[in-house]
Structure formats: C-alpha cells, structure tokens
Design a protein around this ligand. Structure first.
Ligand code: HEM
Length: 412
C-alpha cells in the first residue's frame, strides 16, 4: 500500500535541483514563514522555483510560472480529495458546503456565469458608492483597530445597506469575527474542534446574510444585497444558500481589506521619507497604492490542485497534488521588478499579482485601491505625524496571509 502511495505521489523520475539546506525547512504554514517570508521566497525563486515542501505541496515562486499557472485549466480551484472542505463532506460540514458554493472554490463552467453576474452587480453598486464619509473622525491610537477596520466596516455596511442605526459596535465586532472565521476556509483546518467552531460561526454568518437578502427582497433599496436578491430572482437555478454564501464571501473579503490598508500604513511609517514624498507629490498616490500592495501583500499565496500530471521545468507535479502559488514571491521577482525589494512609487507599472489574475482575479480590486488611496490621502493631509510604537510587528498566524495583529502608533 505504501508503495502505491509513493508511486502515486512521489514518482521516481522527479529530479531535484541542488538547493541550499535551508529550503528543506520552509513551511509555508508556519508562523516563522509569515513573520519573515521574503528571504525564504527569494531562496525558492532562485534555487528551487518548483519546490516540493515537506507537506507534499508544490510551491511556485517565479512570476512567469505563477502567471502561467493562473491561466492553466489543469490547475483547479476545487478543494482536494483530502481536504475537510472537499465536496463529499458538503452534507456533513457547513464549511464544506459554504466552500463549494463560493466563487474561489469553483471551476468553469459553473464558475463562469456566477462570477460574471456577481462581479457585474458588485461593480455597479461600487460605482454609486461614496467612500469619503466612511473615514473615522477620532485620532486613532491603533491604525488597524481604530482606523482601517472601522473604515472597511463602515464602507461594507454602507454597500450592504446595513443602516447606521442597525450598525452597533456589537454588530461591527461580530461581522469582523465572522470575516476572520470565513478566511479559515482558505487554510488547512487544524483540528476537529476548530472545524466544529468554524461550522457554527459559518452557520450564524450564513443566517445573517440570508436574513439580509430576504429583508432586501421584501424592501428593496439601493444596495448590494437588494441587487443580489434581484439577480437571484432572475436566475431560478441559483439556490438561496448559494446567494447567501457569496454574499458572505463579499462581506468577509471587504471587511478584511483592513489588513491591506494596515500593511501599507505600516510600510510607510517604517519609511517616513516616503510619507514626505507623497506630501510633496500627492499625484503619486494611485501609483503608491499599487506599489504598497505589491511590496507587502496581505495575501502570501493561493492554492490550486493539479487535475493531471503536469511537467514544469524539471519537476513532475502529479495529479491531485496541491500547488501553492506564492503571489508574494512573484511580486518581488527581479525578472519583472527592478530593485524589487525597494519601495519605489515612481517605478514603471508592471503587473503585480497580489489580486491574482484571470478568471478568478479579485473582484474587489477597485474597492481596495479606492480605500487605500483614501487612507493615504488621510495620512498625508489630516493625520498627525504618527510613529510606530513597536519596531517588530506582530503578525497573525493565518496561513497564506500576512495580517497584522495590531498597529499601535504614538504622536512623538
Ligand atoms: C484586501 C485586499 C485583497 C486582496 C489582496 C485580494 C486578493 C485576491 C486574490 C489573490 C484572489 C484570487 C483568488 C484565486 O485566484 O484563487 C481574490 C479573489 C476574490 N476577491 Fe479579493 N482580495 C482583496 C480584497 C477583496 C475585496 C475587498 C473584495 C470584495 C468586497 C474581494 C472579492 C474577491 C472575490 C469575490 C474573489 C473570488 C473571485 C473568483 O474566484 O472568481 N477581494 N482576491
């Protein structure tokens, strides 16, 4: 039996490139990797661009390979046969049902039309939104918890037609907790206890979104759930839970855009001369937002599954293997970005991959850019001269992501 497993997952003709011993210990799920990913990613890109890590997954780290992988139909978004969220668990686990209902876990052809409709409705709604009024007014002492999180929560509540009088501090806190739980779907689920709590949280979040959709169906208004409910009514093949689950996806993604803003503000406070540059040349803000998203992306990697054996360079990625696309490594690939480890707001625009690309590329990219630009304008014109309280940031242990735990600041 062992022989069979070896034959299936570790074919004899794999040829390994001579890689430094440190590569053997890279664990993309570890806290150490999240805390300090860039030197490990540089090693991978340089010595072992198609790398098999100890968990058995393959890591791709070059921009060109990842761009090709994002367009390769042999790499599926559907969960692996061994994943807790595999579709065969749908009837048993809420997490598996939610995952298989939502866009990032679907393949064409089911994915194509659902994505087109949801993206259209989302972008139409976004065009009508005005974000300026969502900026917090009090001087923050923590740029994640007192600035970025309230900005995103207020923005998403306004897009979702959750009226200010309903939007209590308790609901804000609950929504953010649900958003964080939702992102466990993109990670390995470590224990049965974790899975049980995830199921409970997703069940409540789903009920909240179903309730919102029903309420908006009965009393439509100019907001995203009303437009999604209308889309649902026009498309009888879509189930109630499918709509509620993608509503959850959009809400969770939007609420967690605070981490992108916090990473950007953190980078700027580490290099205050860059804040001065933006003060002197505010026309650089749109390019600065892109550059900050490239430089310290809140998404480190995304996952795919090989639907068949794939030969890539001198490695054979066997059918059913997990393939992790290291977006953060692509963003620092010197073949694409000159002085890739330097923050440069005047660099020539090149395609960074923090938002993925192609048929699964991020639907919220425009919203994130708008929120980040708004935050940068606020930082250079309205905020006091903040300094970081901590020299070493604390990162959450959220595999595949680089999310700060907090961002305390002081006014020196
Ligand atoms: C915080 C910054 C964000 C980053 C770095 C980011 C990154 C990404 C990436 C890399 C993907 C591709 C996943 C894949 O190919 O498997 C993706 C997909 C997606 N993103 Fe974002 N995202 C962000 C914020 C948002 C926001 C604010 C929204 C909407 C409110 C959003 C909605 C989506 C949706 C719906 C998908 C799935 C698209 C599909 O599978 O067709 N994202 N995002």
């Amino acid at each position: 039996m062992l022989k069979y497993i070896r034959a299936k997952f570790r074919p004899a003709n794999i040829s390994h490139t001579a890689a430094p011993p440190t590569l053997a210990v890279i664990d993309p799920y570890s806290q150490a990797f999240i805390d300090s990913p860039y030197s490990a990613l540089e090693q991978l890109r340089h010595h072992s661009p198609v790398h098999r890590c100890t968990s058995g997954s393959w890591l791709l780290s070059r921009h060109r390979d990842i761009s090709a992988a994002l367009a390769d139909p042999r790499l599926s978004n559907t969960p692996s046969d061994y994943a807790v969220v595999n579709q065969r668990h749908r009837d048993r686990y809420t997490c598996a049902d939610v995952a298989n209902n939502t866009l990032p876990f679907m393949d064409a052809p089911q994915h194509t039309e659902a994505r087109r409709n949801i993206a259209r409705v989302f972008h139409e709604q976004l065009r009508r939104a005005s974000l300026q009024s969502n900026l917090p007014t009090d001087t923050p002492s923590d740029l994640l918890h007192d600035f970025a999180t309230p900005l995103c929560t207020k923005t998403l509540c306004s897009l979702f037609g959750i009226a200010p009088r309903q939007q209590t501090a308790e609901l804000d806190r609950q929504l953010k907790l649900w958003a964080n739980w939702f992102f466990s779907l993109f990670s390995a689920i470590p224990s049965q206890q974790h899975r049980q709590q995830l199921d409970a949280e997703l069940h409540s979040f789903r009920q909240f979104c179903s309730g919102l959709l029903n309420q908006k169906r009965q009393h439509p208004s100019d907001d995203l759930p009303s437009a999604l409910a209308q889309l649902h009514d026009q498309t009888p093949s879509i189930s109630d839970t499918f709509m509620a689950d993608n509503c959850m996806l959009l809400l969770a993604d939007g609420l967690n855009a605070d981490y992108a803003i916090a990473n950007a503000l953190h980078c700027l406070l580490q290099q205050p001369e860059k804040i001065n540059q933006l003060r002197a040349k505010p026309e650089l803000i749109p390019a600065a937002a892109d550059e900050l998203l490239r430089f310290d992306s809140p998404v480190l990697f995304i996952a795919r599954r090989a639907l068949e054996d794939i030969q890539l360079h001198d490695q054979l990625i066997t059918e059913n293997s997990g393939v992790l696309l290291m977006l953060a490594a692509a963003n620092r690939d010197p073949d694409v970005f000159t002085d890739a480890n330097t923050l440069n707001f005047e660099r020539e625009a090149k395609p960074y991959l923090s938002f993925g690309r192609g048929q699964h590329g991020c639907i919220g990219r425009v919203l994130v850019k708008q929120l980040l630009e708004l935050s940068l304008r606020w930082l250079i014109s309205e905020a006091p001269n903040f300094a970081l309280v901590r020299t070493q940031p604390l990162w959450q242990h959220q595999a595949g992501h680089r999310w700060l735990q907090d961002l305390p600041v002081k006014i020196p």
